[in-house]
Write a protein that binds this ligand. Structure first.
Ligand SMILES: *Cc1c(COP(=O)(O)O)cnc(C)c1O
Length: 349
């Protein structure tokens, strides 16, 4: 039986949230109804919708000039929604920082002309005024790389924060659009948070936009254009309430930094494990590391599995090991993982 789950997504949630959700499925707040089968037009669901928005405003001190949209079909749908909605002159600048940025670029090219810059932490100094927006990915979930510095630009700045959203405080005012799929830090697959400047929505000129991907249609419908994934919304409401209860994003960030420091220290002290990301760009969320050979990597993954550790094989595109330390992971779990790593190293010295 697995004891520890470091899956990159869907990520594990606190036990208390699984319990609350189970209860909601069986009998939602003593209504005699299941969360899975009352109307999304019901007042019961309007409450979930309103609470999610209140929680996000509280956690982020979100100004009224930003709209909160809850969109379907995962972060990948935003790869298309962003260019489809924001296209004005027809050209955008994308920073290619890794796997997910590349996926966003590939999708965007179907709808808009794309210029790219390679790398992370680029200072955007050659601003061309006719870019409709500048796009980057804050945390590259597969490559284990994070941006520390927000690009300086006067153009609309769009950021995919799927795997770092609410893991630390965010200065939302630096961005025009932030989006994040819920299943990394804030819940379950099925809902994507979009924070967008109201002025940017007003400025949308494109007409031929599928309604479920349209920021204007979603804004008008209060995110209920059609039947949403109600279970995922309810889970997110619980996760956000829990983050507030924990003390907010400063507290969450401190806990996440301690967890990451512990694991990176164990890797750096080890003769067997190594991490190749530059110190400045090491992700606190997804920690990737290598062993000297594919054979040893496979041996380690088997050993970890036998010790009850789930979800640490690197993404199929890169191999190696990847440990995801999203908000729900406790410090204690990282300590346990480190002792499994040390034991393996002793056995294979
Ligand atoms: C997981 C992830 C995605 C894709 O999310 P889906 O919900 O599966 O579409 C996109 N961007 C980043 C940074 C991610 O971590």
């Amino acid at each position: 039986m697995y004891q520890l789950n470091f899956c990159a997504g869907p990520a594990s949630l606190p036990e208390s949230i699984y319990q609350a959700l189970s209860q909601m499925v069986l009998n939602y707040h003593n209504t005699g109804l299941s969360l899975l089968s009352f109307s999304h037009r019901d007042q019961l669901f309007a409450e979930i919708n309103n609470k999610i928005k209140q929680h996000l405003r509280t956690l982020l001190a979100l100004p009224e000039s930003y709209e909160i949209l809850l969109m379907p079909a995962g972060a990948s749908a935003q790869f298309a929604a962003v260019p489809i909605n924001l296209k004005q002159n027809g050209r955008a600048l994308y920073i290619n920082s890794g796997y997910w940025a590349a996926a966003a670029i590939k999708e965007a090219k179907k709808f808009i002309e794309v210029d790219t810059i390679e790398g992370v932490d680029n200072v955007i100094d050659h601003i061309v005024d006719d870019y409709d927006y500048i796009y980057y990915t804050e945390n590259e979930t597969i490559d284990g790389v994070i941006w520390q510095k927000i690009p300086e630009t006067n153009l609309p700045l769009v950021c995919d924060m799927s795997s770092s959203f609410l893991s630390k405080p965010i200065d939302v005012t630096k961005f025009d659009l932030i989006y994040a799929g819920a299943q990394k830090n804030i819940g379950l697959p099925g809902v994507t948070v979009v924070l967008i400047k109201k002025a940017l929505i007003e400025n949308i000129k494109q007409k031929a936009i599928p309604a479920v991907l349209s920021y204007q249609a979603m804004q008008q419908a209060d995110s209920l254009y059609n039947t949403p994934d109600m279970f995922a919304w309810a889970a997110m409401e619980l996760v956000l309430a829990d983050l507030i209860k924990q003390g907010g994003l400063d507290v969450v960030a401190e806990k996440n930094a301690r967890k990451a420091a512990l694991l990176y220290e164990a890797i750096d002290q080890s003769k067997l494990f190594s991490n190749k990301v530059s110190l400045h760009n090491r992700s606190p969320m997804n920690i990737v590391f290598q062993l000297p050979s594919d054979e040893l990597t496979a041996k380690f993954l088997n050993f970890a599995d036998s010790q009850g550790v789930y979800g640490i094989a690197g993404h199929r595109s890169v191999g190696g090991v990847r440990v995801s330390l999203y908000n729900a992971i406790e410090f204690k779990a990282v300590e346990q993982l480190v002792s499994v790593m040390r034991e393996f190293e002793t056995l294979n010295a």
